[in-house]
Design a protein around this ligand. Structure first.
Ligand code: NAP
Length: 310
């Protein structure tokens, strides 16, 4: 068995649009680059069907296909990719250390691109119809539901924003929230509530998500009186927050109160040589194209850092 190389110029953690783009730029800058993909390479786009808003694909492209192309492009440029999970990092050591269950790798620079996952309601139907009417991104999928009734679950700013955005396409948007008041900022609430296409169902939890080949309806329960309500719709948008994949970064780089990486200057984390790109720091845009853009920026920042170390 050939011995595995363990020292690299740059290690990238994560294989979404940010990670693969960082790989492309890092390898083209002639840095010896290792990308450790995580257990589900490709990130959130692996759970998406048609992607119509990634520039360069005028006919749209399936999310997994886009990620396969990005991976091939990174490999073609020279990025070595290992499909394994990073279980710990040591950014206090020099060189920096990144460990999987079986190996420890060293690098002079690390780019963290571990992404985020939308919080799930946790029902079987949610998983069964994900990408078949159940979505976690109105910007990505709203245009597929022209003139249909849609449901948004959640009571925060994301839910208000998604619901308001979806009124561009939908005939009616139902916001389902588990309490009798929204968590969202007043201005976002006002914007949503003043929209005549939006109907609100307070005090309702989603008990079941049903369909046949694709999503058809939700069963709601009114938590005040126990009444069950069936709501049929073309699509269900779950907007109950996101969870950044930053567990391995605890105590290593600064995280905010929600677990997102705090950037100091461009893509710098504040730890020399450690950069960050994509949804693990970006809770505002959360788009494949912005993640890819951040991946590019982080690789350029890492390149400059390495040049300055020489
Ligand atoms: P959030 O503020 O955490 O709100 C999540 C919402 O989902 C809450 O209303 C919560 O209900 C509900 N929820 C959570 N778990 C649930 C579950 N299992 N079942 C049903 N409902 C559940 O998340 P967010 O709206 O994504 O916002 C995240 C951050 O980004 C916030 O700081 C927000 O201000 C910011 N943001 C800003 C903008 C903007 O300014 N344009 C847009 C989007 C997001 P409860 O209220 O009952 O807990």
């Amino acid at each position: 068995m050939s011995e595995q190389k363990t020292k690299y110029d740059i290690i990238i953690i994560g294989a979404g649009p940010a990670g693969y783009t960082a790989g492309i730029y890092s390898s083209r800058a002639r840095h010896n680059t290792l990308l450790i993909s995580g257990i589900l390479p490709g990130g959130q786009l692996m759970n998406t069907t048609d992607v119509e808003n990634y520039p360069g694909f005028d006919e749209g492209i399936m999310g997994p296909d886009l990620m396969i192309i990005m991976r091939k492009q990174a490999e073609k440029m020279g990025t070595k990719i290992i499909d394994d999970e990073v279980v710990s990092v040591d950014f206090k050591s020099k060189p920096l250390k990144v460990s999987t269950a079986s190996s420890t790798f060293e690098a002079n620079s690390v780019i963290v691109c571990t992404g985020a996952n939308p919080r799930k309601i946790g029902l079987d139907g949610e998983q069964a119809f994900a990408g078949k009417g159940v979505s976690y991104c109105a910007t990505c999928d709203g245009a597929f539901f022209k003139n249909q009734e849609l449901i948004v679950v959640g009571g925060g700013d994301s839910a208000m924003e998604e619901a308001t955005f979806l009124t561009k396409f939908a005939s009616t948007v139902h916001i389902v929230h588990r309490r009798d008041e929204f968590r969202a900022s007043k201005i976002m609430q006002e914007r949503a509530l003043s929209n005549e296409k939006i109907k609100v169902h307070f005090n309702c939890t989603v008990e079941d998500i049903q369909g046949d080949q694709k999503f058809q309806k939700v069963i709601l329960k009114n938590v005040k009186n126990g009444e069950k309500i069936t709501l049929e719709a073309g699509g269900l948008f779950v907007a109950i927050g996101h969870e950044p994949n930053s567990k391995i970064l605890e105590g290593q780089v600064e995280l905010d109160e929600n677990g997102y990486v705090v950037l100091k200057n461009n893509t710098e984390t504040g730890v020399p040589g450690v950069f960050c790109a994509g949804d693990v720091h970006d809770h505002r845009y959360r788009q494949a194209v912005t993640a890819a853009g951040f991946g590019c920026m982080a690789a350029i920042d890492a390149d400059k850092y390495l040049a300055e170390q020489k």
